[in-house]
Write a protein that binds this ligand. Structure first.
Ligand code: NAD
Length: 910
């Protein structure tokens, strides 16, 4: 059996919204609006027919190994080289064997299917076992011409073989005519088209049916034996008419892809077929035909093997990986239709030494490095001496391919000074899985999408172009793995350990399940007592939650200790350390109720509730805090209640214990700050056994604990930058509660105490919460008391009332607190800040010998001077203004060593 054994598709990530063409050029060519639907694919500035073919062909090697490929046929009408075999570049980039046959097919839209036919016949002859065929086109178009609307860029690859065939080749039929619907003269840049109606009537609608009917007759079958009919035709109405003429029902006809990418030239019929293969079932019969100086029609039957081809979303995947742009001038620039000035640096010579390219072809075109046969260390480039300092063996390296090796970003930068068609030029260090790293250019991304740790994959791209000599330099670049940035933003707890008290039911159980689902190892603590804390206790609730977690593959251990005793707290934390080795998260959640009106509140009611809620949080958090300080990381969550924050009849014991937890949080926030330990408090509202007899049944039903857990998980995450905050959460509603202090007033002259009568007279002013503040700690509150009253602010809440509430001076006063000495090793810099405006001034920040000093005034010899207006500066500090944008927009001016200014973000966590 001979046929297709694998396939690959590639549509460039960039798509131009066709309306952007019309909006820019409709005044000149109003008729183009007729075809302005959807978007057309467009190459990035560093892509061409060859680079697209490399990506499509790499996708085509999921079943066969590249060593098994015996021939390579490449088709295009837009080859970058007229006399240098383009298939040879593709073969070297794919690192195929040297003893294979390579060939270029060109000068017709039928070139792709011609190459396919040649590959099939080559395998059929028995001469070759497996031949790769790739078709690719990036056609040049004049602005505002129909071609600009119709065409798209893209590539496709099929592997033809005689083993593991996924679509068996049953036969083909070709007709050849010198029918010139369009042509491109040698050395001409653009296609010349003849009149549309004639092309439709005499061309597409006669030639395609002739070939298709010829094939049906040859194979003695009818249209009833065809499940999918694939043929190109960018005239939408004509595309439908051809099917009608052939007697094919509309649902059999493959979409011509006009809306999603446009006509990709000689790649198009095969690209359309990859869309059909993505969804094909064994037994499906596909008839594919091309068009261009005649037509070739092929008949394939899908086999059972297609079910083994994984992944099989090759067309879908490339179609979905997209960035749609509206910037028509960008399209023009990337297509070299406008030539913005690139600056003097762009004039540097780019001539390629062909001798070096030949010697280093595997390294440059194939991204082949070395791997030491003694210590197994991979490295790029391959050298005579192993890069591993503990090995240093000589002449021990064998070839090691990096092009398919997953990698992650280790460092990155956006360079506005370097020459780039799409500034800023982004590059940085990438680290390969399994070892090896190198400085790579990044492509198919924006600077603000890059992140340390972001997974990237290698793509073959144009590096530079020597336009004088007509030579393109190719190399490999790193592109973010589609969807990886979103994945990184997800709140995950892999490798982290969470302790949740009272997690045998209610809210705690949901926290435990959700944390485990997102990768945390969980200690499920629960004493298993009755609602009022009475009874012997039971292991069952905690163990049941552990079983639930293990069922979905999560990690958890049960603990049945009582939080109300110091030994119980120690044991809970010891369980975490003994089982999982660390403690990252503590959620103090265990709770009981013993409601009584105050006079009936006997000491045992009072003490039992205080013991579980307040003492419990102390008993568990204290040993955990010790571990977290050593780890320099921790997230602690207290559980308060509306009863504590606002009061509730019959709950004097509970509300006082719950409010005491706020006091505990306030101090732990301060003590934990420098160890990256964040402490926050939630006041949940959820249906549980504690609330079942308090809430009306219909509301109880809606109060799912699942609505509280998202906030708790955020507060438990590494990404959480909140500390010392109180949040209410329930039924999908979240808000913040805070302790506010009014500005108050000074009564009398501060020398002599005022009289109670004076207080009485002024009680409304004392009470007035307008301009109230949230104080950072007791000292700040004390300072607020002794300093003269501030003028009233517009609304309550320091932070909420107009930005950060800080002055420029406050920022510099607090700058030493945000200094990160670990990042200052070996750094010796003096930053001079000159802030204009009424709130401005001069400050000097000196970083030397791992220490930082901030002083008012100008520096004698600053490394660099940063100049900004006071408002912009405060916006930048509060995160409202991106520093890079401030710089590029001129809001931030930097004199001196601009590169050193980039250290500020690392040295200070402003
Ligand atoms: P719940 O009764 O379902 O859960 C509390 C769990 O704590 C129980 O499984 C219980 O066995 C366990 N527990 C009690 N004493 C313990 C001890 N000494 N040691 C270990 N475990 C012990 O109640 P819930 O509603 O899920 O409450 C969770 C927390 O949220 C409590 O602190 C509660 O006060 C608080 N809270 C809940 C609501 C709400 O609307 N459900 C409102 C405000 C505050």
């Amino acid at each position: 059996m001979i046929g297709i054994t694998d396939y690959g598709a590639y549509i460039p990530r960039l798509r131009l919204n066709r309306m952007a063409i019309y909006e820019n050029m409709g005044w000149f060519a109003p008729a183009i609006v007729m075809v302005a639907q959807g978007e057309r694919s467009m190459c990035n500035w560093d892509e061409d027919a060859i680079t697209m073919a490399v990506t499509a062909s790499k996708e085509c090697l999921t079943q066969y190994k590249k060593e098994q490929v015996d021939g390579l046929m490449l088709a295009s009408t837009t080859f970058p080289f007229a006399d240098r075999q383009n298939a040879g570049i593709l073969s070297t980039a794919l690192n195929l064997r040297a003893d294979i046959m390579t060939a270029d097919f060109t000068s017709s839209q039928k070139a792709g299917t011609n190459a396919l036919l040649a590959a099939i016949e080559s395998v059929k002859s028995g001469e070759r076992g497996s031949v790769m065929v790739s078709a690719t086109d990036k056609r040049e178009t004049k602005p505002a011409y129909f071609h600009e609307m119709w065409f798209g860029d893209g590539a496709v690859a099929f592997l033809i073989g005689n083993k593991d065939v996924i679509a068996e080749f049953k036969g083909s039929y070709s007709v050849s005519y010198d029918f010139i619907d369009h042509y491109r003269g040698a050395l001409k840049r653009y296609d010349y088209n003849w009149e549309e109606r004639w092309v439709r009537d005499e061309g597409y609608s006669k030639i395609i049916p002739e070939a298709v009917n010829g094939l049906l007759t040859k194979l003695n079958i009818t249209m009833a034996d065809v499940d999918k009919l694939v043929y190109p035709c960018f005239f939408k109405a004509e595309h439908k008419k051809i099917a009608k003429k052939l007697g094919a029902e509309p649902e059999k006809v493959a979409d011509n892809l006009h809306e999603v990418c446009g006509d990709t030239g000689c790649a198009h019929p095969m690209l359309m077929m990859t869309a059909a293969l993505d969804d094909a079932k064994p037994g499906d019969r596909i008839l594919m035909a091309s068009f261009g100086q005649g037509c070739s029609a092929f008949y394939f039957v899908v086999t059972e093997n297609i079910l083994n081809l994984k992944p099989r979303d090759k067309f879908k995947k490339t179609l979905e990986n997209k960035e749609t742009i509206d910037k028509y001038p960008k399209f023009l620039e990337f297509k070299d239709l406008i030539q913005p000035d690139m600056g003097i640096r762009a004039e540097a010579p780019t001539q390629t030494a062909l001798t070096t390219l030949w010697r280093r072809r595997k390294m440059i075109l194939g991204l082949v490095g070395g791997k030491c046969t003694q210590c197994q260390t991979p490295q790029f480039p391959k050298t005579d001496v192993c890069v591993n300092p503990h090995c240093r063996a000589r002449h021990t390296q064998e070839d090691y391919e990096f092009a398919d090796t997953p990698a992650k970003i280790k460092t990155f930068t956006g360079d506005l000074l370097a020459v780039s068609v799409d500034p800023p030029h982004t590059y940085g260090m990438i680290q390969f899985e399994g070892g090896g790293r190198f400085m790579a250019d990044f492509t198919d991304c924006k600077l603000d999408e890059l992140k340390v740790g972001l997974p990237v994959y290698m793509v073959f791209r144009k590096r530079t172009e020597d336009k004088n000599r007509g030579f393109v330099n190719y190399f490999w670049k790193a592109a973010p793995v589609p969807g990886a940035a979103e994945e990184m933003k997800k709140v995950r707890f892999d490798g982290q350990v969470a302790v949740i008290t009272g997690a045998g039911g209610g809210l705690g159980r949901i926290y435990a399940l959700e944390l485990a689902k997102r990768g945390a190892s969980v200690v499920v603590n629960d004493l298993g007592s009755a609602r009022d804390g009475s009874g012997e206790g039971s292991a069952t609730p905690a163990q049941q939650v552990v079983d639930e977690i293990k069922e979905f593959g999560g990690q958890a251990v049960a603990n049945y200790d009582n939080v109300a005793t110091p030994e119980g707290g120690e044991n809970i934390i010891q369980t975490a350390v003994d089982t999982f080795g660390r403690v990252d998260i503590v959620i103090n959640n265990a709770g009981i109720l013993r409601d009584k009106s105050f006079v009936k509140m006997a000491p045992e009611h009072w003490q039992a509730v205080q013991a579980v809620h307040l003492n419990g949080a102390y008993n568990v958090t204290r040993p955990a805090f010790k571990v977290m300080r050593e780890q320099k990381f921790g997230r602690i969550i207290m559980t308060t209640s509306g009863a504590g924050l606002y009061g509730n009849f019959g709950q004097s014991n509970y509300s006082s214990a719950k409010m005491a937890l706020i006091g505990l949080m306030n101090t732990l926030r301060i003590e934990g700050q420098k160890y990256n330990i964040n402490v926050n408090t939630i006041a949940p509202l959820a249906g549980s056994r504690l609330t079942e007899d308090i809430m009306p049944p219909d509301i109880f039903e809606k109060m799912k604990p699942e609505f509280v857990s998202p906030l708790v998980l955020y507060l438990a995450s590494e990404a959480c930058n909140q500390s010392g905050k109180i949040f209410n959460a329930g039924m999908g509603y979240y808000n913040r509660a805070a302790i506010l202090t009014s500005p108050g007033i000074q009564i009398g002259d501060a020398q002599n105490p005022p009289t109670p009568e004076q207080v009485s007279e002024n009680i409304d002013k004392i009470n007035d919460m307008g301009g109230a503040e949230i104080y950072d700690d007791a000292n700040a509150a004390l300072f607020g008391l002794v300093s003269p009253p501030q003028p009233k602010k517009e609304s309550a809440g320091g932070e909420e009332a107009g930005g950060s509430g800080m002055s420029v001076k406050d920022v510099f006063d607090r700058m030493p607190e945000t200094f990160n000495p670990d990042a200052a090793k070996g750094v010796d810099v003096v930053f001079q800040y000159t802030i204009s405006g009424s709130d401005g001034g001069d400050w000097t920040v000196t970083v030397k010998n791992g220490a930082c000093e901030v002083a008012p005034g100008k520096a004698e010899k600053p490394t660099c001077t940063l100049k900004m207006a006071d408002g912009d500066f405060l916006d930048m500090i509060s995160g409202k203004l991106d520093p890079m944008k401030a710089f590029t927009s001129g809001k931030l001016k930097i004199d001196g060593d601009v590169m050193k200014s980039q250290l500020i973000g690392k040295l200070f966590s402003l």
